[in-house]
Design a protein around this ligand. Sequence first.
Ligand code: 6R9
Length: 646
Amino acid sequence: MSDKVYPVSREWAERAYINADKYREMYERSVSDPEGFWSDAGKRLDWIKPYTRAKNTTFGPGKVDIRWFEDGTLNVSVNCIDRHLATRGDQTAIIWEGDNPNESETITYRQLSERVQRFANVLKKHGVKKGDRVTIYLPMIPEATYAMLACTRIGAVHSIVFGGFSPDSLQNRIEDAESTVIITADEGLRGGKPVPLKKNADAALAKCAGDKKVLVVRRTGNPVSWTPGRDLWLHEELATVSAECPPEEMSAEDPLFILYTSGSTGKPKGVVHTTGGYLLFVAMTHQYIFDYHDGDVYWCTADVGWVTGHSYIVYGPLANGATSLMFEGIPTYPTASRFWDVIDKWKVSIFYTAPTAIRSLMGAGDDLVKRTSRASLRLLGSVGEPINPEAWEWYYHVVGEGRCPIVDTWWQTETGGIMISPLPGATDLKPGSGTKPFFGVRPALVDDKGQILEGEAQGNLVILDSWPGQSRTIYKDHDRFEKTYFSAYPGMYFSGDGCRRDADGYYWITGRVDDVINVSGHRMGTAEVESALVSHPKVAEAAVVGYPHDLKGQGIYCYITLIIGEYGDDGLKKDLVAHVRREIGPIASPDLIQFSPGLPKTRSGKIMRRILRKIAEDDFGNLGDTSTLADPAVVDELISNRQNRR
Ligand code: 6R9
């Protein structure tokens, strides 16, 4: 941990929406009078029928029930598009930068309006109604934004599946959401290479029961296989419908989207976000944390397949009438200067990316940054995993040339929007710390018994009361929602993260304390990777843990027991990696595989992951209590064959 402090500059304290005094005053009111605070804050949205009450929430004990603005009605697409038309119809809403540096497009709010309404009419034409779930499996192209907003236009609930997920993962998500319409593209394009989205969708749909319609965006134009009657070209469909689609009136608590995310057990959970509170929270956090002003060009490098893309490429920025840049490609194509080139090309002023990207570009050398200008940059952001102070300093000094504050934003799919983060005009920065809670957010640290820790402390990060952007439930499984987030510490939301609070009340996230690993900012449940591995015909048992990885933050370390024989060869290792990629997707590729004739188990047969984690971390001098092991000799064998040698 770093003990450096970078104070707020006078310029920032003066120009930002929120300075230190205002932060204190607003934060104080937001937690002492949440009803008053959020009732006022809710006015930033356009309501069809105004709400009469902001907050109606309980975290239990007993039933968890979260409602915000529940008697208000509104439409998200109206808030993200229509209400901007009178004043900023010709302003660019989306800058699209293609994978190929020579391909780009700017889309004004007026164009966005027409395209979204047409798209909505296509969905309607194919029977999509309010409340129906639409699965979106698209690359980073403007159609992804159109599709999302088209769903909101007619009250359909979107479920976006990241384009890097395999057919099996897509199939599970289509089935769980019971979508009848799937939106995909012929292919995606990343780093000059095609991504076979339609082919994957075909494979997924071959295993899905029931009638489906597949709307296909033509992206690369390469030939794809076609199922007549089921598959429809989007461009052909758009030509058959009108450019006007009246917005559906939605209750603030109607679902807006489902997004599947990994947990410590079982299959990915369908995290449900609703309409009013979510939109308000992402709009407000986007404005204050990035200090977004008219004229700024804002770029979040996430993929819309993840929550960061939902909240901070699409909903937050567009609700604020911002100009949001959407990038199809990867940071290293055609060169590792690409991010900085794009910043210069579009005069980006606010840039929001992930530590894994920062670390990999740091490794590419300073020259690739310094050959660009970056004079337009004003603010930098980080999200997805803890940022190590070394990467923070490089981001600050080399990329930002010491003049751009960094907002290190801690949040989760379940929180909807940013929870802990500096405000650039209010918060002195400490490299590696998420610093302070956003308005209305009441973080606390608890020990394993659920005792709240005061002052300087280290513990499990919980949130004591609801905030508007919070997920309301897990799709079709409210029980699991309560068990996952509210049972470890009754009456509190448990984040699954460990955290330290320093003497200044700054929060420092230390990483997951459950069986979730964070690989390049992507959440993976170790149980998911294990179940993919044991579905391989040669694998008897698998245990998966994270280990420190220089670029990815955490890597995936797999201990494998085979059905026949004790040790497999490199060919089998390759086969296992390919198998997991097929089952889940490339993001779950095992980094290290260790064949282990035995796994350390308790006498009751439970795998002692704590020991496996230590061995993977090369910290085997510090294994802790091994006295409950059924066969302590297993551990020596694991250590002598360990993979992660430095
Ligand atoms: C937004 C997003 C959530 C998990 C979260 C935590 C980690 C995210 C972080 C961070 C330290 C930050 N995380 N931001 N850890 N500092 N600024 O990433 O959502 O994909 O659901 O992941 O990511 O461990 O619990 P999601």
